[in-house]
Structures are given as C-alpha cells and as structure tokens.
Design a protein around this ligand. Structure first.
Ligand code: FES
Length: 151
C-alpha cells in the first residue's frame, strides 16, 4: 500500500508532508511506523532523521497506533486561559485515559494540539476532522456520548 501511494508522488523532498498526510489518513490506526519512515525517506532520497523529525514535530502525525477517533485538545494560550485544563481532565475522566493514550477498546486517542484557529470559541478541541468550540463539561459529555453511540 505504501509503495502504491509513493508512486503517485514525484521523488522530491517538498512532497514529504503531502505523502505523510495522504498515507496516514489511509492507514488503519492512523500512524506512521519507523519502518515506513525509512521507506518514505528512501523514496525521496532524504535522511530518515529528516522524515522522523517532521513526523514528530507536527501534532497531526503519530508514530504510535491510534484509536478510531482522535481527540485533540487545544493547549495554546486563549484555550488555556479559558479552561483547557478543566476540559482535558473532564475528557481524561470520561475516557479513562491520559493525554497521549488510547482507550482499551481502541475507540479514542487523546492528544493535545496547538491552536486550531478557533480562538474566539476557546476552549476548543478537534475530533478527527471536526472542531468543537465553547466547550464546557456538559458539552463534552454530550459530544463523547454521541461518538460512543456512533459506529
Ligand atoms: S488557542 Fe485554542 S483554538 Fe486558538
């Protein structure tokens, strides 16, 4: 699967982020393994450490298997001063995991992220591709319960 995807892209370093985004979005558990980092580096003719540094720099990439839904709580200043810590602990309690962990049933992974571009609705979080703003405890409970009910 990775080789098929790599064939679609020119062997140029400036394609790196596009390749990583494309591949991770298609892969089960949405992560990029060390072995895949090496294969991508070889395809582009760049060092493995270059690819690894990109994967570990951006919060939307992961080197660890993740859950079906990825919850990312914004940790930047506007969200922080509007209750990010409380929202994070509500999520940790509801899910029974800490930031950086995945629930045992592999449904949810909880992460922190930089600004989601919705500071006027702080505190904010993203689940997969959807952003939720003006969070409070009840809103978070309703959102998680909705995701738990969905397949
Ligand atoms: S700081 Fe949280 S959305 Fe901008």
């Amino acid at each position: 699967m990775l080789e098929d995807l790599l064939e679609k892209y020119p062997q140029q370093e400036d394609q790196l982020i596009e390749i990583l985004l494309d591949y991770q979005s298609q892969k089960q558990h949405r992560y990029i393994s060390e072995e895949e980092i090496a294969r991508i580096a070889a395809h582009l003719g760049v060092s493995e450490s270059k690819v690894y540094s990109v994967v570990t720099f951006y919060t939307f990439f992961s080197t660890e298997p993740r859950g079906q839904h990825i919850i990312q709580v914004c940790k930047d200043v506007p969200c922080y001063i509007n209750g990010e810590r409380t929202m994070r602990s509500v999520l940790e309690k509801l899910l029974g995991i800490r930031v950086g962990e995945t629930t045992r049933d592999k449904r949810f992974t909880l992460e922190q992220t930089s600004c989601l571009g919705h500071c006027d609705g702080a505190p904010a979080m993203r689940i997969d591709d959807k952003t939720f703003t003006n969070l409070d405890e009840n809103k978070i409970k309703a959102i998680i319960s909705e995701y738990r009910g969905a397949k």
